[in-house]
Design a protein around this ligand. Structure first.
Ligand SMILES: [Zn+2]
Ligand SMILES: [Zn+2]
Length: 116
């Protein structure tokens, strides 16, 4: 998991309501738009600060359904991913290391979860 390829992006797509990242090591991650938008840490959103966290703070202001629909995604330098949302918002940058660590797929969650 510490290979540099694990946090390098080979391909970036928006598929339906998901942002899809294909990593250089071949792994594919599907991030639901709603979870990503709620984690937006930009000054305007003041998001939860961590992806898929358990924070219970209410959002500061109600967002239109379009706000949770990714319309485009791009790389910022070689460390970040920027998403443009259906409401035109595009300030938030997600670091690739954080995204990879938060991959919601079954095998990554199983690897990250504490033993029960
Ligand atoms: Zn934001
Ligand atoms: Zn995964």
């Amino acid at each position: 998991m510490s290979s540099p390829d694990a946090t390098r992006v080979r391909e970036l797509m928006v598929v339906g309501g998901d942002v899809v990242v294909v990593w250089a090591d071949g792994h594919e991650s599907y991030y639901p738009g709603a979870a990503l938008r709620r984690a937006c840490t930009c000054a305007e959103c003041k998001g939860e600060g961590h992806l898929f966290g358990r924070a219970t703070l209410p959002t500061l202001r109600p967002l239109a359904p379009a706000a949770f629909v990714p319309v485009a995604a791009g790389l910022v330098g070689n460390y970040g991913l920027q998403v443009t949302w259906g409401d035109g918002h595009d300030y938030g940058i997600y670091t690739l290391a954080e995204l990879r660590a938060a991959c919601p797929c079954d095998s990554c969650r199983a690897a990250a979860a504490p033993a029960r």
